[in-house]
Ligand binder design. Structure first.
Ligand SMILES: Nc1ncnc2c1ncn2[C@@H]1O[C@H](COP(=O)(O)OS(=O)(=O)O)[C@@H](OP(=O)(O)O)[C@H]1O
Length: 265
């Protein structure tokens, strides 16, 4: 999905100041955020975002970036890349960046199910095998923790806003409102409410066949906080806790993730 030719071409990608970048590690809810942002764009401009290319910036053929020049603004650029790997024009042109995080235990479980449920991508022999690879960072797009350490350095940057999956689950209306404010979109309370209602897991799963085709039902699998408890063994939970301590304890992102609430309660 990500060839070296595409990566080379990505360096020459010309970002616009009104591009909206959505950065997340896989399975942290990027399709959810993409939906919310495209609903917000529609509410303020009546322009329907219709996914003219696969939305992940680094996936596709090298000519993709030439075609993207024709797209109307604002473009939404989803990515699973580290900050350091993004094309420089994103920063030079001050494009806004939303960074979405989810607790690492639920992220790993979602990732495992995706691999083992979707017919066309490689499966793992067992959850234990996947867990070992996840902890080593030997999964698609590499280590969750390396991604987190890299992005944590930019948590206070101008034009960057971090969002937590669990906060969106807790209060979607407030999350949608904060995203709209960050993007500089002015919406009524009623519009925010309508978008929130359309962005619940149930609403998105119900439309998933229409919006994402056959992969939809695997992509919108469960949408819950705490599903890790159904798969993690005690030793695996402890190993993840230690990794979190080693990589993120004492950092701004570590605090934002509310690890004790979502991964140790
Ligand atoms: N609206 C809404 N509410 C709550 N949760 C939601 C929603 N939309 C997507 N999801 C959940 O996000 C998980 C998929 O993440 P991504 O979209 O980032 O997947 S991917 O990396 O692009 O393949 C996947 O998590 P799991 O269900 O735990 O597997 C989705 O169900």
């Amino acid at each position: 999905m990500c060839t070296s030719e595409t990566f080379q071409a990505l360096d020459t990608f010309e970002a616009r100041s009104d591009d909206i970048v959505l950065a997340s590690y896989p399975k942290c809810g990027s399709n959810w955020l993409l939906h919310i942002v495209s609903e917000l764009i529609f509410a303020v401009s009546k322009i329907k975002y219709n996914y003219p290319e696969f939305p992940v910036l680094e996936c596709g053929d090298p000519e993709k970036y030439q075609r993207m020049k024709q797209f109307s603004s604002p473009r939404i650029l989803a990515t699973h890349l580290h900050y350091d790997k993004l094309p420089g024009s994103i920063f030079e042109n001050n494009a806004k960046i939303l960074v979405l995080f989810r607790n690492p235990k639920d992220t790993a479980v979602s990732f495992f199910h995706f691999h083992n449920d979707v017919p066309d991508i490689p499966s793992y022999g067992s959850w234990d095998e996947f867990f070992r690879q996840f902890m080593k960072g030997q999964v698609s797009w590499g280590s969750y923790f390396d991604f987190a350490i890299n992005w944590n350095k930019h948590i206070d940057d101008a034009n960057v806003k971090f969002i937590l999956y669990e906060d969106l689950k807790e209060n979607l209306t407030s999350g949608v409102k904060q995203i709209a404010e960050f993007l500089g979109f002015s919406l009524t309370e009623e519009q925010i409410e309508t978008i929130s209602t359309r962005s619940t897991f149930q609403a998105m799963r119900a439309k998933s066949q229409e919006t994402h085709g056959a992969v939809g039902r695997f992509l919108f699998r469960k949408g819950e906080v705490g599903d890790w408890k159904n798969l993690f063994r005690e030793t695996q939970s402890q190993a993840m806790d230690e990794k979190f301590q080693e990589c993120l304890a004492g950092t701004s992102l570590g605090a934002k993730l509310k690890y004790v609430s979502y991964c140790q309660a």
